[in-house]
Design a protein around this ligand. Structure first.
Ligand SMILES: [Zn+2]
Length: 447
């Protein structure tokens, strides 16, 4: 059976991930993501009403025109988890393929919400939920399996396409977390089996986000302990404390909520995406928030809440807000600019439970946000965080576990993938032979 891989997006950047695997006459597409930084750099660009080709020209979504070169039919579109760089282009490209969208329940729900918000296209693709650990037959003699992985969003999986020539393991995005805060540990036992059964692993497509970092990415429990440590250190503080993190990082939000309560403050989730992700997780029963936890996404409700906080005393509350990257329209940035009823005073604490995404736009915006907060007297607690991506030791472990015949490094630009190329080379792989450094729009013929 002919096996071919098209590296469509996310091979020259972090963002707009998309990869297609053709096995015989059948094609499976993994991820259809958005490169948000290409959207945010323009003032007031609303993607909901935009046409695909304009977004492709902006570099915001994958240029899937290379799909015309693949001689087969798309049988499934498989987003691995709910981050926008993996699902954010589905509403713009999905309708071009007569294929179901297959994802884990939380991811699928986020895709459904994206489809509801879309103005330009009317997606009719079937939405099929599949749990981690389950499989389905696909096309002619293929099987699609979801292996449970751990990442900075709940319900992440690594899809595995079983072909007669061996397994294709799509390894974006994960860390090896054996003690996650929500959900099951990473299923290394299943990865070990896949590496050893049948024809083994024909190809492994790997997330190189942190390939330059030595050592091991810690468990989410480590971030939870850091959150606890920081909040308990403020237990006696009688002023304002505000926290921010990735809205989709439900486990982290849970830790902030729990320890806020323990130090005697009422946590409140504020901001549109904060309300969206946490509300969805709660509706699906994936997270067990306190029954009286309030979350608000609309400007009017948020302002009312801030007025209540100011009236009842800031020392009784812990707002958990959007804006960890200094996004100009996010809640924390607006608080820094003094655009909300919440008044920061000298000595108030702002906790960033997030790392700045190392990209010039983010770095600049975050700097600005911190300056604005600082000018009002706020004190910054930075980087109360652990990453959701493998570091070098995790990469060694995955290679040892899967023993793939071919590797395709992904999820970074070429220079950042170089660290991974060095690492894989040290394990006996050779660039151009079984280690494939590709660009967006390339195809690799494996069999
Ligand atoms: Zn991700």
């Amino acid at each position: 059976m002919e096996i071919e891989i098209a590296t469509i997006g996310g091979y020259e950047e972090v963002g707009r991930q998309m990869t297609a695997v053709r096995a015989g006459d059948d094609i499976v597409v993994f991820d259809m993501g958005l490169n948000l930084s290409k959207v945010l750099i323009h003032d007031n660009v609303q993607t909901e009403g935009m046409h695909s080709l304009d977004l492709i020209d902006m570099g915001a979504i994958p240029d899937d025109r290379v799909m015309a070169d693949l001689d087969g039919e798309v049988k499934a579109i498989v987003p691995t988890h709910g981050h926008l760089d993996h699902i954010g282009a589905i509403t713009k490209l999905g309708h071009r393929y007569d294929a179901p969208i297959v994802a884990s329940p939380f991811t699928l729900e986020l895709v459904r919400e994206e489809i509801e918000d879309e103005d330009k296209f009317d997606l009719q693709n079937d939405l099929v939920a599949m749990d981690a650990g389950d499989s389905m037959e696909i096309g002619n003699g293929l099987e699609l399996e979801f292996v449970n992985v751990t990442h900075s969003i709940i319900d992440a999986i690594n899809p595995v396409l079983h072909t007669p020539e061996g397994a294709i393991v799509y390894g974006l995005d994960k860390r090896l977390d054996h003690t996650p805060v929500i959900g099951d540990p990473i299923d290394m036992k299943r990865f070990r089996e896949i590496g050893r059964e049948g024809e083994g692993v024909l190809c492994y497509i790997e997330d190189c986000t942190n390939a330059g970092r030595k050592g091991r990415t810690p468990s989410e429990q480590v971030a939870r302990k850091e959150v606890r440590d920081v909040l308990y250190s403020m237990e006696d503080y009688k002023g304002g404390i505000v926290a921010t993190t990735f809205s989709s990082q439900i486990a982290r939000v849970t830790s902030l909520v729990e320890y806020a309560k323990e130090i005697g403050r009422e946590p409140i989730l504020l901001g549109r995406s904060m309300e969206q992700y946490s509300g969805t997780a709660q509706r699906l029963g994936i997270v067990d928030f306190p029954e009286d936890l309030k979350m608000y996404g609309y400007r009017h409700d948020i302002n009312n809440t801030f007025e209540r906080v100011m009236n009842e005393g800031k020392e009784n509350f812990l707002p958990i807000v959007t804006g960890h990257q200094g996004e100009p329209r996010a809640m924390l940035t607006r608080m820094g600019r003094g655009e909300t009823p919440y008044q920061l005073d000298e000595g108030d604490k702002v906790i960033f439970s997030a790392r700045v995404i190392p990209e010039p736009t983010n770095v600049g915006q975050r700097y600005q946000s911190e300056q604005l907060l600082g000018m009002q007297g706020a004190r910054i607690y930075d980087d109360v965080h652990v990453s959701g991506h493998l570091s070098q030791e995790g990469h060694y472990t995955m290679l040892d576990t899967l023993q793939p015949q071919h590797i395709v490094p992904a999820h970074q630009n070429l220079s950042a993938r170089a660290s991974y190329v060095d690492l894989a080379s040290s394990q006996g792989y050779r660039l151009g032979r079984d280690l494939h450094a590709t660009s967006n729009g390339d195809t690799i013929q494996l069999v």
